[in-house]
Design a protein around this ligand. Structure first.
Ligand SMILES: Nc1ncnc2c1ncn2[C@@H]1O[C@H](COP(=O)(O)OP(=O)(O)OP(=O)(O)O)[C@@H](O)[C@H]1O
Ligand SMILES: [Mg+2]
Length: 407
């Protein structure tokens, strides 16, 4: 018998499992489930013949029927499931007593204040980082089009161009305004105000080094390392309320991803790949990096899928099937296949992504725009639903806050 690959991987300790669970945020309470005391116990089974273990996690919800239960379950399963020595994750649900509940609310309030200094990204913001194994596959195009599609549904969507030196977001969105830093209430340092772009009923809040030129603001950035620059964007930008934050990742660097994992462990990755089967090895590297930084991969988008000419004939110029192969390999859904379409590039050059192109203009209603809107819908419905602040514990938290303030 050969050596099984599983037996060489160390079984996680109880402490390590709790550490992984710290990445699971109760978005309403704005803190992680461990800090909030929502995980009273974790039990690790003895290893099976392949050296892998089952994990039982006890979770106490503030309210049994909390609508976030599904999301918390998914997050717990995906975080712990990422550990190579974990076979099964089981969750036992419980409900807090009213005493425990009020204790959690106090903790949530406290930790919300504690965490405020770390990043300016609100806890209720869903963070999606658009990454790939290699350059030029369409990360930036996907980022701006998804952002536009989400905003067109009324959401406030941040766009962070983490490609510090190779930025393309300003051109793709047709924004040239410099970023200004302004004094902000509650902070001793001035904060950078993002550029705002209205899209339908929603808006984009856009930040890129492309907007930073000379003068006051540039001083803050001079000589910064790549990772430091991204950290600074997360800390020193007055993002304000946001439903989503989309991050256009630079090609091929693991550093930025690691930094992101440290600062915003709840970030979900979306991996962009081309349909070529040969590209999958490279794309899988991005997924592997995600695994090592314990970020969740939320799905794969295949870009530059077959080109359809005016006569309706399809030409798979860059191969066929790569997106599905990669998605299967990582075990995540293929969120969509964006066709190769000249208007995607043309609209980018005009500074109006096809997914927000006004009626009658280049790309509007084209196949690529349709796919971008469908992917956005999937994100909203299933992959990363917006955090509904009208939910159970948020309402209670507001009530507690009001009571505190009345004192
Ligand atoms: N679906 C598409 N159809 C046609 N052209 C596309 C499509 N997607 C992207 N492109 C074009 O391909 C080029 C690369 O796209 P983009 O800049 O979005 O990739 P990227 O992965 O962000 O690249 P980099 O690694 O350099 O940051 C651009 O010229 C863009 O207009
Ligand atoms: Mg790019």
């Amino acid at each position: 018998m050969g050596t099984s690959s599983g037996s060489s991987v160390a079984v996680p300790t109880r402490d390590e499992i709790f550490e992984l669970l710290r990445a699971v945020i109760d978005p309403e309470l704005g803190s992680d489930v461990v800090t909030l005391g929502m995980v009273p116990d974790v039990v690790i089974s003895p290893p099976d013949s392949s050296g892998r273990v089952d994990i039982d996690v006890w979770v106490k919800l503030t309210i049994g029927g909390c609508p976030l239960r599904g999301q918390i379950k998914k997050d717990i399963e995906s975080r712990i499931g990422l550990h190579p020595a974990v076979h099964n994750v089981r969750i036992e649900w419980g409900e807090m007593t009213s005493e425990e509940r009020s204790e959690v609310m106090t903790k949530a309030r406290w930790s919300a204040r504690e965490n405020a200094a770390d990043t300016e990204v609100p806890q209720s913001t869903r963070i999606l980082a658009i990454a790939s194994g290699k350059g030029g596959v369409g990360k930036s195009s996907v980022t701006v089009n998804l952002a536009a599609a989400l905003a067109s549904q009324g959401f406030t969507v941040g766009v962070l161009d983490a490609d510090i030196w190779g930025f393309s977001v300003p051109r793709l969105l047709g924004i040239t305004d410099r970023l200004e830093a302004e004094p902000v209430e509650g902070s001793d340092k001035p904060k950078i105000i993002p550029n705002v772009l209205k899209v339908g009923a929603g808006e984009l809040k856009v930040v890129s080094t492309g907007f930073l030129v000379e003068e006051d603001t540039a001083l803050m950035w001079r000589g910064l390392m790549l990772t430091k620059a991204v950290e600074q964007f997360l800390r020193d930008v007055a993002w304000g309320e946001m439903d989503y934050l989309l991050i256009d990742m630079p090609p091929g660097t693991g550093d930025v991803q690691m930094g992101l994992a440290r600062m915003l462990p709840r970030t979900d990755l979306i991996i962009v790949t081309t349909p070529s089967l040969a590209a999958q090895k490279v794309a899988a590297r991005a997924a592997d990096m995600a695994r090592r930084s314990f970020l969740r991969v939320a799905g794969v988008i295949e870009n530059m899928s077959s080109f359809t000419c005016d006569h309706g004939e399809s030409y798979p110029l860059f191969g066929v099937g790569g997106g599905q192969v990669l998605a299967d390999e990582i075990g995540v859904p293929l969120l969509g296949q964006v066709p190769l379409e000249p208007s995607v590039g043309a609209a980018g050059d005009l500074g109006v992504p096809v997914a927000m192109a006004p009626r009658g203009s280049v790309g509007f209603d084209g196949p690529a725009a349709t796919v971008f809107h469908a992917i956005a819908q999937r994100i909203i419905d299933d992959v990363a639903p917006p955090v509904n602040m009208a939910g159970c514990s948020a309402r209670m938290l507001a009530a507690v806050a009001a009571a505190f303030d009345n004192r």
